[in-house]
Design a binder for this molecule. Structure first.
Ligand SMILES: CCCCCCCCCC(=O)SCCNC(=O)CCNC(=O)[C@H](O)C(C)(C)COP(=O)(O)OP(=O)(O)OC[C@H]1O[C@@H](n2cnc3c(N)ncnc32)[C@H](O)[C@@H]1OP(=O)(O)O
Length: 194
């Protein structure tokens, strides 16, 4: 069987990603970027509640604790929600380390081991290459601790976008809620006028 990790990555020539001068220092706990984000938002009771810390270089570390609300098979995490956790961690790496808004264009996941309810997945994500607006990023998730067995690997292409992307495509009522309560959004994560 050909595994995704056997394909060349990044799939095309890239430049080395450069950590933004104002990226959060290594060891900084990163706040949720949006209170209603399913991946990290504190106002979504059954969400994933990822917690992320900046690391040295172009890397971050996230943790995701699987609850009974995240099951697919009995007692095991749903693969789609694991993919969501990785989308969140990879996106946090791109946004916080480059400080530019970006969206997922492509996401590949490889599920290596089952992830039981009650376990914490430790996700290490790092930027792999940049080509124009395209950012290639990958991650692996270990069970139970930083040195645990790898359970999931993921890699993604993010495309940097202007802030107008969110204003043009976002649901107006949600944009109005943010306008009424700016604390819903963490405006420090990315540079607003790069
Ligand atoms: C602190 C913040 C933390 C944030 C964490 C958030 C985590 C969650 C992140 C998400 O889930 S974002 C939501 C899911 N993603 C989307 O809704 C994106 C939907 N897609 C789009 O809006 C557009 O397709 C996209 C912005 C990605 C690209 O459209 P554009 O018109 O801006 O660009 P274009 O189509 O010209 O593509 C730009 C480059 O990317 C390439 N590209 C785009 N999609 C691709 C794809 N799927 N595969 C390969 N290459 C792709 C494309 O070929 C091109 O390459 P070149 O520059 O070399 O010409």
């Amino acid at each position: 069987m050909t595994r995704t990790t056997e394909q060349p990555w990044p799939p095309l020539p890239t430049e080395a990603p450069e950590r933004h001068a104002d990226a959060p220092a290594a060891g900084t706990d990163l706040p949720s970027h949006y209170a209603h984000c399913f991946g990290c938002g504190e106002r979504i009771e059954q969400g994933l509640h990822l917690r992320t810390t900046a690391c040295e270089g172009v890397a971050i570390r996230s943790t995701f604790t699987v609850t009974a609300a995240h099951q697919g098979a009995p007692g095991l995490a749903h693969g789609g929600l694991l993919a969501c956790a990785f989308d969140e961690a990879l996106g946090a790496a791109v946004a916080n380390l480059l400080r530019r808004p970006a969206v997922t264009a492509k996401l590949e996941t490889e599920f290596v081991r089952p992830v039981p309810v009650g376990t914490t997945l430790h996700i290490d994500a790092h930027l792999d290459g940049v080509a124009g607006r395209k950012v290639y990023v990958s991650a692996e998730g270990r069970l139970g601790g930083e040195d645990g067995d790898v359970a999931v690997r993921a890699r993604a292409l993010f495309v940097q976008v202007k802030l107008t992307h969110f204003l043009e495509h976002g649901r107006p009522e949600d944009l109005r809620k943010i306008a009424a309560d700016p604390s819903l959004l963490n405006r420090r994560a990315v540079e607003l006028n790069p």
